[in-house]
Design a protein around this ligand. Structure first.
Ligand code: 5GP
Ligand code: ZN
Length: 115
């Protein structure tokens, strides 16, 4: 399939891999928005969170735990980090292969309205 994240998962496009197993690959974002910016990508092609279904429950859980493990491996667990799933047009999604962003290494500010 001509999907950039499927191609990275197959090793056809190089990426700086942080972690991989039979279910997932985690690699540095090519345009980092923070000192740590890692993408958690399932090997299965799911277009977005909106395209996920009941059969993906375990995979989605693995993605969240992989985000935690990546944060730990990159030394940002203690200070904290943000996990983001841009979804659809208003969510700002550019690559339509479901993924999580793990962002950290600096204070990120609030994205919800200030209290
Ligand atoms: P989103 O779809 O959630 O908006 O973000 C897609 C992310 O994938 C962007 O942050 C972009 O920089 C990253 N990205 C797009 N193409 C590549 C690529 O070929 N390699 C890597 N490492 N990251 C990519
Ligand atoms: Zn894909």
């Amino acid at each position: 399939m001509d999907c950039v994240f499927c191609r990275i998962a197959r090793g056809e496009i190089p990426a700086r891999t942080v972690f991989q197993d039979e279910h997932l690959i985690a690699f540095d974002d090519i345009h980092p928005a923070a000192p740590v910016h890692v993408l958690i990508v399932p090997r299965k092609h799911i277009s977005s969170l909106a395209g996920a279904s009941e059969e993906d429950v375990l995979l989605l859980g693995r993605m969240l735990l992989a985000a935690r493990d990546v944060a730990r491996a990159r030394g940002i667990e203690d200070k904290g980090y943000r996990v983001v799933a841009n979804t659809g047009e208003h969510g700002g999604q550019e690559v339509f292969h479901c993924h999580l962003h793990v962002l950290g290494g600096m204070p990120l500010g609030r994205i919800l309205p200030p209290r």
